[in-house]
Design a protein around this ligand. Sequence first.
Ligand SMILES: [Cu+2]
Length: 546
Amino acid sequence: MFSFSLASHSSCFGEPHACMTGSLRIAHSPKTRGIEACKCRKRGLQSFIGFVCMAAVFSFLLLGCSSHGPAPLDGAFVSQGALPELPIAKGSLILAAVNDPHSGKGSFSYEGHEIPPVIHVSPGETLRINYRNHMSPHSTEQCASGPCMNMTNLHFHGLHVSPASPQDDTISMMAMPGESIQYRVDIPLDQAPGLYWYHTHPHGESYRQALDGMSGAIVIDGIERYVPEVRAMKERILILRDAELRAHDPHPPLREKLVQLLDVRCSSSHETPERILTVNGVIHPTIAIAPGERQFWRILNASPDLYADLSIDSEQMAVVARDGMPLAFHDPERRPENVEHILLPPAGRVEAIITGPRSGVRASLRSSCVDTGRSGDANPAMVLADLDPGSYAHPLVVQSVANQTPPVYKPLSAAFLDKYESRAPDYSVRFNENSQGAYFINRRKYSPEDGPMTTVQIGDYQHWHILNDTSELHPFHIHQVHFLVFRTNGKAEAQPEWLDTVNVPAKGSVDLMMDFTDPIIRGTSLFHCHLLKHEDQGMMAKILFK
Ligand SMILES: [Cu+2]
């Protein structure tokens, strides 16, 4: 149907600077000039470029110029272009788990498109999801212990909600292919407003489903009550997910070049990078922002195992919230804080005010190399997106309706914190591995039949000590609970932060003050490593909140 002669025209489609418009645009940007796919006039590159253009055309036709942003990455050979906006769902929705008809991979389907919505819900409301498992009982994919069974469920990561059915129950709620589950999640009135997320949590299959992109953002509305200045700003959701470099990519160097894969050997890991990070499904998109314009970016690392150490050339990020929790939530005096970079482990979120670089200055959002340790995966530096004043057409400010509910604060005095921080740990968690590549917590491998590894009485705070006995990083996560990270490797944090997922250094430790005060959180729940391959292989344990 198409031949390489298409690409031997003086430009792919008569445009010297773009293969085509729309979601599959392969656009030039000054930072990537010299590596773009569309330099069709360079004869030495004709065959290669011809293939790229043909693949783009083919993908374009397959996917029908969807107005819902880019196609899934495996459909789009190269999909650099403007950052797509994501569909929005309000509080009550039908979500289906499906197998993509082309790749066979797991995917969420919402309103007929394989693009997970950003779910908006307010404190005091109920989130209702009719979750239907339309995946095949005969998977073509491999999970932790063989072919995937395509069982699935949902976890509402970071929300302070009940771990009992029909809420954030990832233990007994499970839909096999053909089954549905109904979630009714009561969002507490004092839920901190910010960026949370939903992802599947079937033990043994979590990694595969997260890698396939079965996740989405949840916004608890009302952050402007804590940070009034964001109300007048253009808001953007940025979801980082994975694109494979080698498995299905006939020309891996192109993807590597698109993200300017650098510092491959910065890590003590000897592994070769296998994946890169995309933003809202696009490799190295451009984000329109005028010089001096302030935008509110809400960034989620939805990768099952890649860290993102984020920075923006020439600009600082003014952090507003971490893991959904506004900095002001526990300290009404705290204002947005400028940082040069911020480390997001898998599952981590940051919300920050970003200022457009001054006129004539080019800037990119980057992830620096993260040394994941001797037995960790390669986690190289790459460019995630370009900030683009040139593509800025008109003011994009969306005036949100002001939430009139007064903010709830939860301040804790220094003396109060010191009481918990100075006492001996109430509980210790040890991440272990063995030489056969098995993963444990406190030398136990998780089994769904296990009873709780520990029981806590709801109503108080506790000091937890998390030790990493291994030669690689592990992010610690506990469901339904935020904790204050007050010590790393035995050293007091200069600025302790409230998180729900924290990196634990290789052969190191963190000390946490767990907030077990919420009477809603009663029942059996989970804590685990958020490198989901490790979780699938047993680095998880149950906790009973009594
Ligand atoms: Cu781990």
